[in-house]
Write a protein of this length. Structure first.
Length: 414
């Protein structure tokens, strides 16, 4: 069986689903395919933080500005795909006060709302907060429920005439005279696809997918652990105000919190060590901010893999277990036009869940240009379907098999 489409997007995480939605809204016939259920890769195995930009402010102006801009957009269009929790950056007695001041100044420069409160005021916000907190910075962080986000994007693809294929792993590309002329999808799909243009949005697996077309995309994936524990009504996201390091973020859900995370370079995003000591480290490090979590029951633990682009990581000297820039924290994303090798092929790599919509917009702009489509992006203004109804969103999650460990407690509870 042969399926014909204008654009095939390989990879059903947030960025792939966002690209497919963006193109569908521009009137392009698009097909989205993933090897498993949607959000089954990096997106659904993240810590689910909607960044305000404060995390990157003192070191990466572009990333910080992107985050606060996308934060504001997603609050408007994503509804119950977002939890509006707010966030605190807390300075403990052992943390460098100059780092706090540099972050605060950068937030003000980049239009990221940031208010300083005392340690006592912070403890009024979070009663179990460590007495070692000397002061805190209030910022507009929030929580993303990635399974809802991806499923709602996919639903809009089909609502606008596109096709969404689950359990459709890429088996091969046929490349003829510098073009992809055919794609074989296995699994439940079991079909051949003829697409005018192909987008590789497979994140940490982008190098493997690109290689099927004879294109070299060098990735540097890093793994990180998240641990969900039984803790009710935290309130804001907690961030340790120090150079990014292991165990410096706590994400609130209704009756749980997620502790994260580590960073270790891995060779294979499907096969890498998952060490119990990483789990234990989350209790040790996150417990410095919120000591009560050290006594909490572990409900689940999972690892995700970041889709870091090797040339960017090399430029910053990233390494396993480092701090700051050396930790392998993705600061930017890259839309790679492979036209010099394969005319109708592009990859998008790097980035953060917070910037998925912007990544999709810039990728869709490239594809629209190649196809001669003169329609603007609408995803910054057009609300996601079902955004204001948690029940509808969770039906989408079921339809697209998008349940993920990041938010399975929230989706299940609704």
């Amino acid at each position: 069986m042969t399926h014909r489409t204008d654009v095939l997007v390989v990879g059903g995480g947030a960025t792939g689903a966002g690209i497919a939605r963006d193109l569908a809204l521009r009137g392009v016939d698009v097909t989205l395919a993933d090897r498993g259920g949607l959000s089954s890769g990096t997106t659904g195995r993240s810590h689910g933080l909607l960044h305000s930009g404060a995390r990157y402010a003192e070191a990466d102006e572009v990333g910080a500005r992107e985050c606060i801009s996308e934060n504001r957009i997603l609050r408007e269009v994503a509804g119950h795909c977002i939890g509006d929790t707010g966030g605190l950056f807390v300075q403990l007695a052992t943390d460098d006060p100059d780092y706090f001041e540099a972050k605060l100044a950068a937030c003000h420069e980049y239009d990221i709302p940031a208010e300083v409160i005392s340690g006592e005021e912070a403890c009024e916000h979070v009663p179990d907060l460590s007495p070692e907190v000397e002061r805190a910075m209030v910022v507009p962080d929030a929580v993303v429920y990635p399974s809802r986000l991806v499923a709602a994007n996919a639903a809009d693809v089909e609502r606008h005439g596109g096709t969404v294929l689950r359990n459709a792993p890429l088996e091969s590309f046929t490349v003829d005279d510098g073009r992809i002329t055919g794609t074989r999808l296995g699994g439940d799909a079991g079909l051949d696809v003829e697409a005018t243009y192909v987008v590789n949005a497979t994140g940490a697996w982008a190098g493997q997918v690109a290689a099927e077309a004879g294109v070299d995309v060098e990735m540097r994936p890093t793994s990180g652990v998240m641990v969900s524990v039984d803790y009710t009504d935290l309130g804001p996201v907690l961030n340790r105000c120090r150079d990014p390091a292991d165990g410096d973020i706590i994400i609130p859900h209704d009756d749980q919190v997620v502790l994260g995370t580590t960073s270790n370079v891995v060779d294979d995003p499907d096969d890498y060590p998952k060490r119990e000591e990483e789990v234990e480290k989350m209790f040790d490090e996150c417990g410095d901010m919120l000591p009560a979590v050290r006594e909490c029951e572990t409900l689940r633990a999972w690892w995700g893999v970041r889709p870091l682009y090797a040339p960017d990581e090399d430029a910053r000297g990233s390494q396993s277990g480092g701090q700051g820039a050396n930790r392998g924290i993705s600061r930017g994303f890259f839309v790679l036009d492979h036209a010099d090798e394969v005319e109708n092929f592009a990859s998008v790599v790097g980035g953060k869940l917070t910037s998925y919509r912007l990544m999709a917009e810039q990728t869709a702009d490239l594809v629209a240009d190649r196809l001669g489509v003169d329609e603007p992006c609408r995803t910054a203004e057009e609300p996601l379907p079902g955004a204001n109804d948690p029940g509808t969103l969770d039906q989408f999650v079921s339809t697209y098999d998008a349940v993920s460990p990041t938010d399975e407690d929230v989706v299940a509870d609704d």
